[in-house]
Write a protein that binds this ligand. Structure first.
Ligand SMILES: C[S@@+](CC[C@H](N)C(=O)[O-])C[C@H]1O[C@@H](n2cnc3c(N)ncnc32)[C@H](O)[C@@H]1O
Length: 282
């Protein structure tokens, strides 16, 4: 399976087979009870709230409850080489989804965390042939349900802001000391525009993490990428490591460091996908 997003998978499933979608939701809901046998009333209440959501991120909500996310980034944290602390920093989490990263940055002591995302699935770069087959109900689905529940349970101060990366600029909320953008570029028709806009709001450094294909070589001078053609999973690009590196530089960043490479899979899937983490300075 390609590196999918839950919401993209759901769009696809909804378009092709409604019944399959329901089965998928059942599978997730069953799973979330797996770790709790004797639930306290408090845990029951939290489980009830989180059962309404299709979780992308696996988030430890405390009280012994963890969201049943499609991806669990927790064991992979060392591969992201995050700073030891973000004390006094303004942080922007571009494309936050359920907010796993934004909540992590809050834990690292950031003075302010803005968790940015689009308003509805309508704002996703969906190829026309797929968009035309999607119902209005699906396209109008609001992002942020999981984020809001997690924020509430965690008693977090992270602020969610609606912003499309194509419109991101310093006019929105100024510049940020630390900007994080994970697994977004491959899903965009115009990743260069996104990188340019991200560059425009960075005062300290940006962490750009995305999927790459090791078959395209590891040499920085080798800027191969493959047009994936806007698949039904909204994967537009198959980047080589060198192309990601060059794209970040060509967006205006003056120094780009490859922090690490690691494999990552969808929960319960054997197939893994290579990710690269870059740190870039404006
Ligand atoms: C694969 S998830 C990545 C979630 C998170 N950044 C991570 O690394 O775990 C993609 C996210 O990108 C968001 N997104 C898609 N298109 C976007 C756009 N044009 N501008 C901003 N966010 C976008 C989606 O809503 C979703 O939250």
């Amino acid at each position: 399976m390609q590196p999918v997003l839950r919401f993209l998978k759901l769009i696809k499933v909804t378009l092709t087979n409604k019944e399959e979608k329901l089965n998928h939701v059942d599978e997730i809901s069953t799973d979330k009870h797996a770790t709790l046998s004797d639930e306290t009333p408090e845990q029951k209440a939290i489980l009830h709230r989180i059962s309404k959501v299709e979780w992308y991120h696996t988030i430890d909500l405390g009280h012994g409850v963890v969201t049943p996310g499609l991806f669990d980034h927790r064991p992979l944290l060392p591969h992201y080489h995050l700073p030891e602390n973000l004390k006094d920093m303004r942080v922007l989490d571009v494309a936050t989804y359920d907010g796993f990263w934004a909540f992590e940055f809050e834990k690292l002591g950031a003075a302010e965390v803005v968790a940015m995302d689009i308003k509805t699935w309508n704002d996703i770069d969906i190829p026309p042939r797929i968009r035309s087959g999607a119902s209005k109900e699906i396209l109008d689905t609001e992002m942020g349900t999981g984020f809001n529940i997690a924020k509430d349970i965690l008693e977090s101060k992270v602020q969610r802001g609606i912003m499309n990366v194509y419109h991101l600029s310093p006019e929105w909320k100024g510049k940020f000391d630390f900007v994080f953008c994970g697994d977004l570029l491959l899903h965009l028709m115009n990743p260069m525009k996104a990188l340019q806009n991200i560059h425009s709001v960075v005062s300290g450094c940006a962490y750009i993490i995305d999927v790459f294909n090791p078959e395209f070589g590891e040499d920085d001078s080798n800027a191969i990428l493959r047009y994936a053609g806007g698949t039904s999973r909204m994967v537009w690009w198959n980047f080589g490591l060198g192309s990601l590196n060059k794209m970040i530089k060509d967006a205006g960043f003056t120094k780009v460091e490859l922090l690490g490479k690691f494999e990552f899979s969808v929960r319960g899937q054997k197939e893994k996908h290579w990710h690269a983490a870059f740190r870039a300075y404006p």
